[in-house]
Design a protein around this ligand. Structure first.
Ligand code: HXC
Length: 258
C-alpha cells in the first residue's frame, strides 16, 4: 500500500506511522489526512500490529492543517465535506493503542492530532500550541475540547486566546504529555513503551483503552459501572487465568488473546 506523505514500518508488532511532508513541517493536507486514515485502518486490521506509534520529524510532529490548501476554501466546501471529520473519525475508531511521539512543533491540527492519540511522549524540544486565532479561525478537530480536558480551562483559554506555544516541560507539568525525554531518545522510549504494550493481552489492552476513554464521555458513576463490568468480564478469559497463575508461579505470563 503506497503512501506519499507517510512512512510506515512494522517491527516487533508495532506499526510506526511517520508523517512525512518535510517541506511543510508535516502540515496536514487532504492527501496526508486521507493516507493517515488509511494507514490507521490498515494497522487496525493487521493482526501482526498490537500497538501504533504516530510520529513526525525531529523538527515537527505537525505544524497544523495546511494553511496554503485551507486558505482557498469556502464555507460551503468546509461545511459540506465536514473538513477532516471523516479522517479523524477513522483514527478515533482504532481500538489498538496509539502513542504519539512528539518532537518539535505540534501546532493547531498537529496538537489536536497528538491529543487524539492515547498518550503523548514528548521530546524536550516539543512545542505545543493552538495558534488558529492568528489565522482568524479556531481549532477544528477537537482542540478546544480536548486541551481543556487535559490542562484545565485557564491554561486552555490562555493557549487558544493568545496562540502562544507551550514547551515540553510546561506540557508535562500541565498533564498534556505523559513523559518528556531527550530528543535523541524519543523513538527508543516510544518503542519501548509500545513493545511493552504489545506483550500484554490484547483483550485487556483494548478494555483499558475503552474504559479510560469512557471517562471523558460519561459521569463518574456510569464510568465506574462500565469499568466494574469490564473487570468482571475479563474473568471469562484464559488470559486472566494465565496472568494470575504466572504471578503465583513466579514466571512471565504467556498471553494468547483468549
Ligand atoms: C502550510 C506550513 C505550515 C502550515 C509551516 N509551513 N507550517 N505550510 N501549513 N501549517 C511551511 C512554511 O510555509 C514553510 O514553507 C515551511 O513550512 C517551513 O516553515 P517556516 O515558517 O519557514 O519555519 P519556521 O520559521 O521555523 O517557523 C515554524 C512555525 C511556522 C512556527 C511552525 O511555520 C508556523 O507558525 N506555522 C504555522 C502554524 C499554525 O498556524 N498552525 C495552525 C494551522 S490552522 P516555505 O515553502 O515557505 O519554505 C489548523 C486548524 C486545524 O491547524 C483545524 C483542522 C480542521
Amino acid at each position: 500500500m503506497a503512501y506519499e506523505t507517510l512512512l510506515v514500518d512494522i517491527t516487533d508488532h508495532v506499526a510506526v506511522i511517520r508523517l512525512n511532508r518535510p517541506e511543510a513541517l508535516n502540515a496536514l493536507n487532504a492527501q496526508l489526512m486521507e493516507e493517515l486514515a488509511r494507514a490507521m485502518r490498515a494497522a487496525q486490521d493487521n493482526d501482526k500490529v498490537r500497538c501504533i506509534v504516530l510520529t513526525g520529524s525531529e523538527k515537527a510532529f505537525a505544524a497544523g492543517a495546511d494553511i496554503k490548501e485551507m486558505s482557498k476554501k469556502t464555507f460551503v466546501e468546509v461545511f459540506t465535506s465536514d473538513f477532516f471529520t471523516p479522517e479523524t473519525e477513522d483514527i478515533l475508531r482504532v481500538r489498538k493503542p496509539i502513542i504519539a511521539a512528539v518532537s518539535g512543533y505540534a501546532l493547531g491540527g498537529g496538537c489536536e492530532l497528538a491529543m487524539m492519540c492515547d498518550f503523548i511522549i514528548a521530546s524536550d524540544t516539543a512545542r505545543f500550541g493552538q495558534p488558529e486565532i492568528n489565522l482568524g479561525v479556531v481549532a477544528g478537530i477537537g482542540g478546544t475540547q480536548r486541551l481543556t480536558r487535559f490542562v484545565g480551562k485557564s491554561k486552555s483559554m490562555d493557549m487558544h486566546l493568545t496562540g502562544r506555544f507551550m514547551d515540553a516541560e510546561e506540557a508535562e507539568r500541565s498533564g498534556l504529555v505523559s513523559r518528556v525525554v531527550p530528543v535523541k531518545k524519543l523513538m527508543d522510549e516510544a518503542m519501548d513503551a509500545a513493545r511493552k504494550i504489545a506483550e500484554k493481552s490484547q483483550l485487556t489492552v483494548m478494555t483499558v483503552k475503552e474504559a479510560v476513554n469512557r471517562s471523558y464521555e460519561t459521569t463518574l458513576r456510569e464510568g465506574i459501572l462500565f469499568e466494574r463490568r469490564a473487570f468482571h468480564a475479563l474473568f471469562a478469559t484464559e488470559d486472566q487465568s494465565e496472568g494470575m497463575a504466572a504471578f503465583l508461579e513466579k514466571r512471565e505470563a504467556q498471553f494468547r488473546d483468549r
